[in-house]
Design a binder for this molecule. Structure first.
Ligand code: THU
Length: 127
């Protein structure tokens, strides 16, 4: 699965976002170690703190399907170039790194930028 395809699926997923409060849709698409893909979008709530980010929604789908090793994730918002994952999502991704880490793929106009999760979250918490 090439990273442009992963990003295309994140773009598609962002169209399902439920964002009546922020009007800020986000889509994410995960590639697991066994080459499965899982998408997610953000969904908000009138009780704002209950909002679920697109990345964590996608991670939940992967875990529910028994896939716990993430190789890559594409994240997209039509409202922002390089829509970086929030701190909470970085920590959640850190938990499910593949042996090769996680490539985080962002889109800046027509260009894809790739970060390793360790770059975005140095010193992620382990128990
Ligand atoms: N959001 C995400 O889905 N992922 C992030 O990493 C950052 C923020 C969502 C949450 C909320 O619905 C909207 O973007 C504005 O914060």
């Amino acid at each position: 699965m090439d990273y442009q395809t992963l990003m295309d699926k994140a773009i598609e997923a962002s169209k399902n976002a439920y964002v009546p409060y922020s009007h800020f849709p986000v889509g994410a698409c995960i590639l697991t170690e066994d080459d499965k893909i899982f998408t997610g979008c953000n969904f908000e709530n009138a009780s704002f703190g209950l909002t679920i980010c697109a990345e964590r929604n996608a991670v939940g789908s992967a875990i529910s399907a028994g896939c716990k090793k993430i190789k890559a994730i594409a994240v997209y918002s039509p409202k922002m170039n390089n829509c970086y994952p929030c701190g909470a999502c970085r920590q959640v991704l850190h938990e499910f790194k593949s042996d090769n880490g996680i490539d985080v793929i962002l889109k800046n106009n027509d260009e894809l930028t790739i970060f390793k999760i360790e770059e975005l979250l140095p010193g992620g918490f382990n128990l």
